[in-house]
Design a protein around this ligand. Structure first.
Ligand SMILES: C[S@@+](CC[C@H](N)C(=O)[O-])C[C@H]1O[C@@H](n2cnc3c(N)ncnc32)[C@H](O)[C@@H]1O
Length: 247
């Protein structure tokens, strides 16, 4: 796994964080060292997926699938019984560099007839099939705020009754005081994972131009406004949260 050293030297200059080739190359290490409880969230997603008694004829979507870590894990978890129908996955991402890594990673383990990777912008993406499980981890935060309700409404329309959206996001604290505490403790987490002050500061500046977090209250309201009546925060660690919303 290529170590994330992007913001260490002076070679990588960005005003705005983008998912280009250099990010794609080290994304798996970046995600592990920058997203708290990344593995635990994946374990929870697997548990929820198993609760849903998924119909293998309906695809599972991973929106903003990046390098395919979520799809890889769910494929292992759900298809343990090789005599059963296998679940089909649709990964959507608008970064060709991320999708290329995803393709390479998943090609070895998932038969091509069970995997569809689509390079598209989620704001205009048309879901080709209904689904019982849609995952969108750390991606809605990059979608322009004024497009989020439209996207979540499309997700609601795509879900079968009883189907679930699992959404993970970086969140904003409910007040400046709480936000400051969350941020301080998050940067401590990054230090513990080997990032320097310079790396933390430079990435923060780049992300400020592309990642727009909501508070938990705003996120709940957005889910409600998009059609969901059953939703809750299922996990929170300071300024990171995961939500489950069931149709
Ligand atoms: C932080 S990563 C997601 C991480 C991934 N879901 C995981 O759990 O490992 C955000 C992803 O969303 C994609 N993305 C951002 N904006 C997008 C958009 N408008 N349409 C499609 N994909 C988008 C990026 O290319 C990137 O791969």
């Amino acid at each position: 796994m290529t170590k994330d050293r992007l913001f260490q030297g002076d070679n990588y200059h960005v005003d705005k964080f983008v998912f280009d080739q250099q990010v794609a190359n080290c994304f798996d290490d970046m995600a592990k060292r920058s997203i708290p409880f990344y593995q635990e969230i994946h374990r929870i997603i697997g548990e929820i997926a198993q609760q849903l008694e998924l119909n293998p004829d309906l695809p599972i979507y991973d929106l903003g699938c990046s390098t395919g870590s979520t799809i890889q894990l769910l494929h292992q978890l759900l298809n343990v019984n090789r005599s059963c129908n296998h679940h089909c996955f649709i990964g959507v991402d608008n970064s060709p560099d991320m999708l290329s890594k995803c393709q390479d990673k998943l090609a070895a383990t998932i038969p091509s007839n069970l995997l569809q990777l689509t390079c598209d912008d989620l704001t205009s993406y048309q879901f080709p099939h209904h689904s019982q499980l849609i995952i969108m981890n750390y991606t809605l935060q990059f979608i322009p705020k004024n497009e989020r309700k439209k996207l979540l409404t499309k997700i609601w329309q795509t879900l079968e009754p009883g189907g679930a959206l699992i959404l993970s996001e970086k969140i904003k604290g409910p007040s400046e005081k709480i936000e400051n505490i969350f941020t301080t403790l998050y940067y401590d987490f990054k230090r513990r994972n080997g990032y320097t002050e310079r790396e933390i500061e430079r990435k923060k500046e780049a992300l400020e131009q592309s990642l727009y977090p909501l508070t938990i209250k705003e996120q709940h309201q957005l889910l409600k406004d998009s059609g969901f009546t059953h939703y809750d925060t299922m996990f929170q660690w300071y300024n990171f949260a995961s939500f489950v919303a069931v149709k």
